[in-house]
Design a protein around this ligand. Sequence first.
Ligand SMILES: *[C@@H]1O[C@H](CO)[C@@H](O)[C@H](O)[C@H]1NC(C)=O
Ligand SMILES: *[C@@H]1O[C@H](CO)[C@@H](O)[C@H](O)[C@H]1NC(C)=O
Ligand SMILES: *[C@@H]1O[C@H](CO)[C@@H](O)[C@H](O)[C@H]1NC(C)=O
Ligand SMILES: *[C@@H]1O[C@H](CO)[C@@H](O)[C@H](O)[C@H]1NC(C)=O
Ligand SMILES: *[C@@H]1O[C@H](CO)[C@@H](O)[C@H](O)[C@H]1NC(C)=O
Ligand SMILES: *[C@@H]1O[C@H](CO)[C@@H](O)[C@H](O)[C@H]1NC(C)=O
Ligand SMILES: *[C@@H]1O[C@H](CO)[C@@H](O)[C@H](O)[C@H]1NC(C)=O
Ligand SMILES: *[C@@H]1O[C@H](CO)[C@@H](O)[C@H](O)[C@H]1NC(C)=O
Ligand SMILES: *[C@@H]1O[C@H](CO)[C@@H](O)[C@H](O)[C@H]1NC(C)=O
Ligand SMILES: *[C@@H]1O[C@H](CO)[C@@H](O)[C@H](O)[C@H]1NC(C)=O
Ligand SMILES: *[C@@H]1O[C@H](CO)[C@@H](O)[C@H](O)[C@H]1NC(C)=O
Ligand SMILES: *[C@@H]1O[C@H](CO)[C@@H](O)[C@H](O)[C@H]1NC(C)=O
Length: 464
Amino acid sequence: MFASLFKLALPLAVLAAQAPTFEPAAATPESNSTDYVGQSNGTLSNSPLVPGKAFDRVIQIWLENTDYDDAASSSVFKSLGEQGITLTQYYAVTHPSEPNYVAVVGGDFWGMADDNLYNIPSNISTVVDLLDAKNISWASYQENMPTDGFQGFNYTSENYLNSSAPPYTYYVRKHNPLVIYDSVANVPSRLARHRNFNDFAADLNASAIPQWLFVTPNLVDDAHDTTIDFASDWLNFWLVPLLKDSNFNDNRTLIILTFDETETYTINNRVLTILLGGAIPENLKNTTDETYYSHYSCLSTVEANWGLGSLGRGDTNKTMSNVFSFVANATGYKNLDITGDAIPLTNATGTIPGPLNPELYVPFLAPNTTAVGAGGGSVFISNTTNTNLTSASAPAPVNLTASGSSVPASGPDPTSTSPSGSSSGGSSSGGGSGSSSGAIPGAKVAGGMIFGAVGAVVGAFLVL
Ligand SMILES: *[C@@H]1O[C@H](CO)[C@@H](O)[C@H](O)[C@H]1NC(C)=O
Ligand SMILES: *[C@@H]1O[C@H](CO)[C@@H](O)[C@H](O)[C@H]1NC(C)=O
Ligand SMILES: *[C@@H]1O[C@H](CO)[C@@H](O)[C@H](O)[C@H]1NC(C)=O
Ligand SMILES: *[C@@H]1O[C@H](CO)[C@@H](O)[C@H](O)[C@H]1NC(C)=O
Ligand SMILES: *[C@@H]1O[C@H](CO)[C@@H](O)[C@H](O)[C@H]1NC(C)=O
Ligand SMILES: *[C@@H]1O[C@H](CO)[C@@H](O)[C@H](O)[C@H]1NC(C)=O
Ligand SMILES: *[C@@H]1O[C@H](CO)[C@@H](O)[C@H](O)[C@H]1NC(C)=O
Ligand SMILES: *[C@@H]1O[C@H](CO)[C@@H](O)[C@H](O)[C@H]1NC(C)=O
Ligand SMILES: *[C@@H]1O[C@H](CO)[C@@H](O)[C@H](O)[C@H]1NC(C)=O
Ligand SMILES: *[C@@H]1O[C@H](CO)[C@@H](O)[C@H](O)[C@H]1NC(C)=O
Ligand SMILES: *[C@@H]1O[C@H](CO)[C@@H](O)[C@H](O)[C@H]1NC(C)=O
Ligand SMILES: *[C@@H]1O[C@H](CO)[C@@H](O)[C@H](O)[C@H]1NC(C)=O
């Protein structure tokens, strides 16, 4: 009561400037909560464990938009660094956020230079194709995603940091990488592996956490809407205790804690990355590793560990896909020594042609079918890939924006009930768990409408 009276007495400008204070959405990282929105949907059923050469489980946790030095100055990063390996030369691949997320699961960011809604066509492969080929279980855990397999652009729910404030958009699709790929989203069994944090609690307590995980904290916990201090409080609440939970971290678990990109675009895209978990060899704890890595190293490391095939994209680009050195040692993979000016500048935005770049549009090309990745297996080729359309045979980039069109893979929010092109009505508020599931089939209809609109311009490219 006194607190709220005091707040009312503050000038509005001061109130607006106040950074939110961290509050956990649940009592413990092992517990469920209505603040996570959708109820738990039962536990995940996984295929039997497939042993890897250096680890049996990899957990990727992505925070947002923080320069290396800002992250390094946070005390939780210092103490986590003492328990693991600090990677001092790990780089994001572009700006802004979404292209980095699609890159870490697909090996390319397709020229994307924004955070818009995309549906990447169903013949474009991802790490899921490589994992599924070897029956390695996986899941994407998304804090504040309302229902399993939710495909909406974002989701707004009750503001649990301030119950007198309006509902808040905690979940965004742009940070949920696999759902952006139709090769995942259009397969129901794959879509169901996109789970929220109530499912995480259920899976954890049932000892059902799979072998490959992507974990996205919500927009306040990942520092996107807040600060590195807020995200540090979340790490202290969520990750630090889970390190001691053997259902999460056992002596065969590798945890990759990193950031999607730097906050500053005018410096190269180096982000603080810490490797943690019981799979880290004892003698490497509290050490640094100066090897050059990029987000593609997360793919090549997984490929090397389980002897997988590859995607034939960034994951097989020798320069950009060094394997985390303790895994390279365990698997016999030879990294390249890339230092100083040889480190690629990956802080550009929008200058790379691709199927998701409307100003420099080229169609989706076949992967490099002769590439050999760190896992040694063959390049995954979808049975609907036109392997004739390669980087050698690709047409010159076209400026679709100049002719008033957008890329074929862009689409309106599938949760929106408004006509295509309108941006309103996309998010539901109030935290109901079932409110948007009925709209999901609309995604395909809406995608088709966009295809039709630009079909005349890009029809020649819709061959894949
Ligand atoms: C939390 O878990 C309990 C026990 O499994 C279940 O009854 C309850 O519905 C769950 N609540 C949420 C919000 O998922
Ligand atoms: C539970 O899973 C089913 C099938 O995957 C899905 O349709 C439903 O929306 C899910 N419910 C929640 C609350 O996540
Ligand atoms: C790893 O954990 C397993 C299961 O708890 C145990 O049997 C094994 O001895 C442990 N190995 C090491 C090297 O600690
Ligand atoms: C990228 O970083 C380099 C090195 O700091 C800088 O020289 C360059 O201007 C940056 N590029 C952009 C587009 O900001
Ligand atoms: C980590 O290493 C630093 C020096 O490199 C040392 O001061 C510190 O005590 C070490 N921490 C632990 C937990 O071993
Ligand atoms: C690999 O990546 C480097 C650095 O970004 C780039 O210069 C090179 O063209 C890429 N190689 C291929 C074959 O794409
Ligand atoms: C990898 O192996 C090399 C050569 O044996 C060794 O010098 C290096 O310390 C090892 N690195 C790691 C991270 O295990
Ligand atoms: C495809 O991979 C092969 C084998 O690694 C390599 O020699 C070739 O340069 C790659 N081609 C392209 C277009 O990246
Ligand atoms: C491609 O493979 C999928 C499943 O792997 C199958 O359902 C589909 O019929 C195949 N399509 C073609 C054109 O062969
Ligand atoms: C690819 O090229 C071969 C040889 O020119 C041709 O027979 C085949 O039909 C082409 N495939 C597609 C999907 O265009
Ligand atoms: C594409 O066209 C738009 C609109 O005419 C223009 O603003 C933009 O600079 C062009 N982009 C490129 C890369 O030429
Ligand atoms: C959420 O999506 C709607 C469109 O569906 C958009 O208007 C709004 O800006 C989005 N909000 C955030 C925070 O992404």
